[in-house]
Design a protein around this ligand. Structure first.
Ligand code: GDP
Length: 298
């Protein structure tokens, strides 16, 4: 649907080329098109309202340029505003000055955390770092095994609880992993944590306990870009329950729209840092606000 925003605006402005300023009626017509496009892309309503108001303000103040037609000019404003909300520049990971950098992942079950953990480990390896994966998701029966399999695929050590040790304590596993990383000189530790299908107090407490035990340099909230409107309440619940520094959007290969990215960034004020876009271990990259804004508009 975003694919048509440019076309819609071109249509709206068909007869406007060469005017000195956009009229109030032109601006209203534009605002309507942007509003529809964003709502259809599952951007949360309060975010749409704020966004449209900001674009209207800017459009009102600007001369229609000679170089661009009005549609192109509004697209340029919309693009710049989108980039600004999405965090402007790509936000890079912060590494610890001494000792291993600890990156903790949090998010709902099925968000793609375990897959993402291995992708991130591979990416870090390619950056010349020496990562270790930690299986602190002891809720989902297959999670430890899945992380071990993925770790093997990317050639990264996985720290996991010993089998047969009774009920696993994820906090103890995470704590043990940091000690192990220090001993074995791994410089980055990625802690995979348990999720549930929905927001749940016990899950939040467990994640918060792990956070307190390992004092992460970065907590990343992993969220499925396909969940649309639900992304906002989930993102807010994790912000309140665990807190995080950045967001990772997964399954961007399945979502041509990006509404979740915009809503989460706008409502939480946290930058989207990485994008996961496929089932392959290499389907992963830094998140580029600029490219996402183009994708939304093109
Ligand atoms: P977790 O419960 O958060 O650990 O989620 P998983 O890592 O197990 O992922 C849940 C499902 O989503 C699995 O079937 C993954 O293969 C799939 N998945 C994860 N990331 C992506 C992605 O970027 N794109 C697609 N298409 N599927 C993904």
């Amino acid at each position: 649907m975003f694919a048509t925003l440019s076309d819609r605006l071109a249509d709206t402005f068909k007869n406007l080329r060469g005017k000195g300023r956009l009229s109030e009626a032109d601006i209203d017509a534009t605002a309507r098109e942007i509003r529809i496009a964003l709502l259809e892309a599952d951007v949360a309503l309060p975010v749409v309202k704020e966004f449209v108001a900001a674009v209207k303000d800017r459009a009102r103040g600007e001369e229609v340029s000679q170089a661009l037609n009005p549609a192109q000019q509004v697209i340029k404003i919309v693009h710049e505003e989108l980039v600004a909300i999405l965090g402007g520049e790509t936000r890079r990971l912060r590494y610890a000055k001494s000792g291993p950098t600890v990156i903790m992942l949090a998010g709902l079950q099925g968000a793609g955390k375990t897959t993402l953990a291995a992708k991130l480990a591979l990416w870090l390896k390619e950056q010349g770092r020496s990562p270790m994966l930690v299986a602190a998701d002891l809720q989902r029966p297959n999670a430890v095994n899945q992380l071990q399999v993925n770790g093997e695929r990317v050639g990264v050590t996985v720290f996991a609880p010993e089998p047969g040790n009774g009920v696993g304590d994820p906090v103890a596993v995470a704590r043990g992993a940091i000690e192990e990383a220090k001993r074995t000189l791994h410089d980055t530790v990625i802690v995979d944590t348990a999720g549930r299908l929905g927001v749940d107090a016990e899950m939040m407490k467990q994640a918060a306990d792990i956070r307190d035990a390992v004092d992460p340099d970065e907590v990343l909230f992993v969220v499925d870009a396909m969940i649309g409107q639900d992304a906002v309440s989930t993102a807010q619940a994790f912000l309140d329950g665990v807190g995080y520094d950045g967001v990772v959007l997964t399954k961007l290969d399945g979502d041509a729209r990006g509404g979740a990215a915009l809503s989460i960034a706008s409502i939480t004020g946290k930058p989207v840092m990485f994008a996961s876009n496929g089932e392959k271990m290499t389907d992963f990259d830094l998140f580029h606000p600029d490219r996402m804004a183009s994708r939304i508009l093109d």
